[in-house]
Every structure is written in C-alpha cells, then in structure tokens.
Design a protein around this ligand. Structure first.
Ligand code: KIV
Ligand code: ZN
Length: 515
C-alpha cells in the first residue's frame, strides 16, 4: 500500500460497544457495518466472537454480507491469545473475502504480575504460538500488545520482532489506559520502528483511549512518526472515556494535509449520517459542542462571527460543512446577532427590507431576542407582519392512542380537527411510539418535515411530573420550533410536533404574502 495512506480500522462495533450502557444486537451491528462500508473504512472490527453467541453471529453476518461486497473492507474479530478464542474468531470471519484475526495479550509488568501471572518469556511464547495458529485461518493477523504505553520498550521490541517472524501482518501499540502524552506516544512509535528489525514487513498501528482527552492527538502524533493504521470509533465510543474518534482524526488529517501529507480512504460526506446512525442505535447522544458532528459544530451565534461568515465563510470555518455531510452552516439568531445575519435570514424568507425598515426591524428583533433564547423563522415572520404568534391553529389534536412494548410494532392512532372543522383520523407505525405518532400526524397534515432536534425535560416534579418536549423542524427552507407539555411523553411529543406544524402553516402563508 501507498506509504502515505493511513488504514482506518474501525472498532465501533467492538471497543465502541464496550462503552458503558451501549450494547448492539447482530441486526443493529449489521446496519452500522453497512454504513461503515459506505463511509469507506478499511477494516471493520465486528466484535469479540468468543464472548457471546450474539457477537459470534454479528461478526459472521457482517463477514457474509458486507465482507463480500465489491471492494469490501477486511472483516476482523478480536481474540485473546487463547486457542478457543482464535478458533471462534476464525469461524466468525471466515465468510469474508478478506478476513482478519486480531489477537491480543498484555505486555506491561502491571498486567503480567497482577492479571496474567505470567513471565515475559511465557508471554512471548504464547503470543508467537497464537499468531502462528491464527495464520492457519487468515492471511491477515494483527497482534496487539495490550497496555503498550506502560510497557518496557525493550520487551515490546522483542515481542513485536517475534510475532512478525511468526506471521503477524499488523502490530498494534495500544495505549489501553489513555495514559500517554502525545509527544511520548509519538516517540514510542518512532523508537519501536527503529528498534524492531523486521518492522518493514508489517503495518504499525495505534489504538488510543481518551482518559486524558488525548486519544486523537496521540493517534496523530503516532501517524506523524510512522504509524500507518489508526484504530478509532465513530463518535469516539469505547471503553470508559472512549477511543480515538474516527471523524475527528480523519478530518484533522484532511484539514491539515499541509502538515501530515497523509490520506485516508474515508468518504467524508458520509460522516454526519454515520454519526447519527451510531448515536440512534447505541442511545449515546452526541454533545452539541462535539467537534465535527455536534449540533453546534457549524453553528455561529455571535454577531461578529455571523457577519464574517456571511462575508467570507473561511473567516470562521476551517472545514466546509458539506464535506462532512452537513448541509450548511447555521447562523442562530440570538440577541448577539447583528444586522447582517438578520437581513440575510429575512431575505431567505422572501423579505428585502430597505435600510430604514431594517433599522426598525432590528430594534424589534433585539427586544424579542432578549426574551427568547433563539429567534426562529416563524418568530421573524410574525415580527415582519407585526402579529403575535397566537393565531388560531390549523390542526388541533383531539385524540391520541399509542402502543409499544417488547415484540410489539410501535403504532399510533391520531385524530385531528382541521381549521375547516373536519376531523381526520390516521394510524401509522414507527421506530417507537413517538415516531409512530409523528408519522400519523404527517399523514393528516401532508407535511414530512425533517426533525432537527428533540428535547425532553421535566417541568414539574414527582412521579406524575409533566414533561415538556421541544422539537425543531425543517420544512420548505424554514426552521420552526414547537413545544408541547403533558404527563405523557408521547402526547407531549405529538403536541410539540403539531405546534411546530401549525406555526409552519402560518409562516408559509406569511411568506407567500411577503413575496
Ligand atoms: O485498549 C486495548 O488495549 C484494546 C486491545 C484489544 C487492542 O482494546
Ligand atoms: Zn481499547
């Protein structure tokens, strides 16, 4: 392979899934693996086959399907340096066109003394036996020296030389506990490449954990010093504080190509979609301020920044949002926004104000923005028309019944009174009761807005607390906020969704008049 090409080894489905509270079944793992294929990762580590029947089935299914697609990535499973683990792993990855077996044993004195109760000689012997055994089943065998970052470098060099002679094709240098500092980890990689005489036969790999928030920096430093495989996970999922975050490390390499001169095979436009899928299936939310994929990663709030962005995007953006699959940067209208952002948004809504009108508008906008955190399109349209937002609703929720449970397809029946007095009833299924209810609402209203944001919080206390749901929807180029409250979460969600659609109706009518 090209010496400037970094192999992206994705471990979302193995180490990522070890994140507390995050477990994926075989069908969900397959869904993620299919998306990782579209994303263009080089290796998918699907699981630890000996650990459970579910993991065995998941890796096998991925190997059989994704592993046989055109230009399929390598499909990999993890195994300890134990015969039974390697056999299970071999069976799981066998259907793939390019199977990989990943064997691991610890090398630090702490692990040898307190966990393995083995001498260094015994560890080397076991590692060599295991690599030889794994090579009987797969042409690609990765050897990991667990806790490398706290291991004696001379012992590491010795064991890596031995496993390369035994047939390993990748040697991995994990910072299992997230202990290393970037320059220290980079130096470890550089020295190992110098010390291991047969290292040119293999790919040197990094696997970093984020206990000190340094996993991405450590992986980059390793790449700078000669590592050519980076192990990482979508959204940075992984044991404890997580693994090197795939999207961050890939975008750092790409954005600072000028310094690294390295490439990956990642189709970066798939990043946002992959992140959303992993978040949805694992239930682990992405924080708004998360780099690359957080909701605020391309959102600008201050007036100075908004003005800069509108004049020349690169003033405040080092990446193009479209390159990671985000449609466009967001200029949030808040009390900190200025004329330029306001005029720009109004123009988008169909209003071209002259200087005097804009001056008047900014005064009213600031007064509203001081009361509200964000000013949305419907608020702006109401301001332009000098109307309050309390108009008669086009759709009123009269009845809602939602059912869900284990083994039951989530379904909702909804009855809505329209402005002309007609009552319409519809039913729909969904991924959950809220999804089913909003799908039924879409059928009645004829809209299919994009749900940008969903938030639920308790507004009263106790077991019968009222929940308030806020949703942010996007439709026909308009962004609308809806709110709904109830002691029933599904009802609160349906009310919030319908509230946004009612505002959308008003906004659309107002916009038509403005044109
Ligand atoms: O953190 C670690 O050391 C691991 C190995 C299995 C590579 O996850
Ligand atoms: Zn790990």
């Amino acid at each position: 392979m090209d010496n400037k090409r970094i192999v992206i080894f994705d471990t979302t489905l193995r180490d990522g899934e070890q994140a507390p509270g995050c477990s994926l079944g075989p069908a969900q793992k397959l869904q993620v693996a299919e998306q990782l294929y579209r994303l263009g990762v080089d290796v998918i580590e699907g699981g630890f086959p000996v650990s459970s029947l579910g993991d065995m089935e998941a890796v096998k299914t991925i190997a059989k399907s994704v592993g046989r697609l055109p230009d399929a990535p390598e499909i990999c499973g993890l195994a300890r340096c134990v015969k039974g683990d390697i056999e299970a792993c071999a069976e799981a990855v066998k259907p793939a066109r390019r199977p990989r077996i990943h064997v691991v044993i610890a090398t630090s004195d702490i692990h040898l003394k307190h966990k393995l109760h083995m001498t260094r000689d015994q560890v080397v012997e076991r590692a060599v036996e295991s690599v030889k055994f794994a090579r009987r089943f797969a042409g690609s065998v990765e050897f990991s020296a667990e806790d490398s970052a706290r291991s004696d470098i001379h012992f590491l060099a010795r064991i890596f030389e031995a496993v390369i002679d035994a047939g390993a094709t990748t040697i991995n240098v994990p910072d299992t506990t997230g202990y290393a500092l970037p320059w220290e980890y980079g130096e470890l990689i550089r020295r190992l490449i110098e010390m291991v005489p047969n290292v040119h036969k293999v790919v040197v790999s990094t696997h970093c954990h984020d206990d000190l928030g340094l996993s991405v920096a450590n992986s980059l430093e390793a790449a700078k010093n000669g590592a050519r495989q980076i192990e990482c996970a979508v959204n940075g999922l992984g044991e404890r504080a997580g693994n090197t975050c795939l999207e961050e490390v890939v975008m750092a390499l790409r954005t600072r190509q000028d310094l690294f001169g390295l490439t990956t095979g990642i189709r970066t436009k798939e990043i946002a979609k992959t992140s959303r899928l992993v978040s949805k299936l694992t239930g682990v939310m992405v924080p708004p301020n998360k780099a690359i994929v957080g909701a605020n990663a391309f959102a600008h709030s201050s007036g100075i920044h908004q003005d800069g962005i509108l004049k020349f995007r690169q003033t405040y953006e080092i990446m193009n949002p479209e390159d990671v699959g985000v449609e466009e940067s967001t200029l949030l209208l808040t009390s900190r926004s200025g004329r330029h952002a306001l005029a720009n948004r109004l123009k988008h809504l169909g209003y071209k104000l002259n200087k005097k009108q804009l001056e008047e508008m900014i005064v009213r906008f600031k007064a509203l923005a001081d009361k509200k955190r964000y000013v949305f399109d419907d608020d702006l349209l109401a301001l332009v028309e000098e109307k309050g937002t309390n108009l008669k609703d086009d759709f009123v929720l009269e009845y809602l019944n939602a059912s869900s449970g284990t083994g039951v397809v989530p379904t909702a029946t909804i009855r809505i009174r329209k402005a002309d007095g007609h009552v319409v009833q519809e039913a729909a299924c969904g991924d959950g009761p809220v999804d089913a209810a909003t799908n039924a609402i879409d059928k009645v209203t004829g809209f299919k807005p994009k749900l940008i944001d969903y938030n639920l919080h308790a507004i009263t206390s106790g077991k019968d607390a009222q929940g308030e749901v806020t949703v942010r929807l996007e439709e026909s180029g308009l962004t609308i906020l809806g709110r709904g409250a109830s002691t029933d979460i599904v009802e609160a969600s349906a009310k919030a969704y319908l509230n946004a659609i009612n505002k959308l109706m008003v906004a659309k009518r107002t916009r038509r008049k403005g044109r």
